[in-house]
Design a binder for this molecule. Structure first.
Ligand code: NAP
Length: 306
């Protein structure tokens, strides 16, 4: 493996940054990995488990002399950390981020990028419902997509180097426009999370009526919603606040379809229900054929390395 950056600074030390640190170290992709996080507690854990070569107390200190800076904080905090890092960036450095929303992050971060520094936003489509510095693992990005969203003026050489980093961490890389990214993710991730949150909320209300039966019989389908609905509350609050238009657009369509299905149930339109479910089953098959999930009964989720 080739070293791609002499020094990488990780701003935020949670699931994504932690997994990047472990994957970069495994591949020998960075000469030195420096990390920082907001709380002293997270920084202490990172030192304790040896997540980075160095853990420092401030964003300013972390980014000094770094060739690649990765912003890995919740979407709503990107602008704030970008402002803190800006005066300390090395000319020629590349700044990237891993935020789940791209247009709002670009709007928040780009104004802080000084001349001579490259900004190449990104988003790895990989995650779990766990968060924090202990939750990372080197295999997280394997066979997952990472979307790079170059901004006008992004140097192709900087984009290419970042692409090679993600590929060396096991990901497949595509480039996409920010608005398109936000719409695609509203369909594949943001709206499904909101629906899962809602379903679990409804079941929780019902549990008060049915005692513990919702939990006891959860394997009937509900359990899979609860995994998604256990995702980090701050991260997801920020996703919805920052991908408002696309999420509302998809939820509007979702509501229309839901009413159509509701009506089919009421009127006993079995043909409509069967045709609908036949179409959705084919989508599941497509995902498995594309290698993005397995047919294992637990959806392959239990194989997360310990
Ligand atoms: P995480 O495990 O919750 O870690 C977040 C990190 O950001 C922590 O180190 C936290 O520091 C720091 N932080 C939180 N609020 C901050 C603030 N206001 N100012 C400065 N630092 C702050 O999060 P994650 O799952 O790695 O997510 C990081 C980013 O990746 C988010 O933008 C998210 O949208 C994106 N992403 C997540 C997933 C996923 O499935 N989890 C997948 C793809 C992309 P403390 O611990 O000290 O509070």
């Amino acid at each position: 493996m080739t070293m791609l950056y002499n020094r990488v600074a990780l701003v935020g030390l949670g699931l994504i940054a932690g997994s990047m640190a472990l994957a970069m170290r495994r591949g020998g992709l960075a000469g030195e990995i420096v990390g920082t996080a907001r709380s002293a507690e997270t920084r202490a854990i990172a030192v304790d488990i040896g997540l980075c070569d160095r853990v420092v107390d401030s964003v300013a200190e972390a980014v000094q002399g770094a060739d690649l800076i990765v912003l890995a904080v919740p979407v709503g905090a990107m602008g704030e950390v970008a402002e803190q890092m800006a005066p300390h960036l090395k000319p020629g450095a590349t700044v990237t981020d891993v935020g789940s929303v791209k247009r709002a992050v670009i709007d928040a971060v780009a104004p802080h990028i000084p001349d001579g520094v490259q900004f190449v936003p990104g988003h790895p489509l990989a995650g779990t419902e766990h968060s924090g510095p202990r939750s990372g693992f080197a295999e997280l990005f394997e066979n997952r997509w990472c979307l790079l969203v170059p901004v006008p003026g992004s140097d192709p050489a900087a984009v290419d180097r970042l692409r090679r980093l993600w590929e060396a961490m096991g990901a497949h890389v595509d480039e996409m426009d920010a608005d398109h990214h936000d719409l695609v993710l509203a369909v594949t991730s943001h709206a499904p999370h909101l629906i899962a949150y809602t379903m679990v909320g409804v079941a929780d209300d019902l549990r008060r009526v049915t005692d513990s039966e919702v939990v006891k019989y959860s394997a009937a389908g509900f359990r899979d919603f609860t995994r998604i609905a256990a995702s980090d509350p701050i991260m997801w609050r920020d996703v919805f606040l920052n991908n408002k238009d696309a999420t509302l657009e998809i939820l509007g369509r979702f509501t229309e379809e839901l009413f159509a299905l509701q009506r089919a149930i009421r009127t006993g339109d079995g043909a409509l229900l069967q045709a609908y479910f036949t179409r959705t089953r084919a989508i599941r098959r497509g995902i498995i054929e594309a290698g993005q999930d397995t047919e294992a009964p637990d959806f392959g989720r239990a194989k997360r390395p310990g």
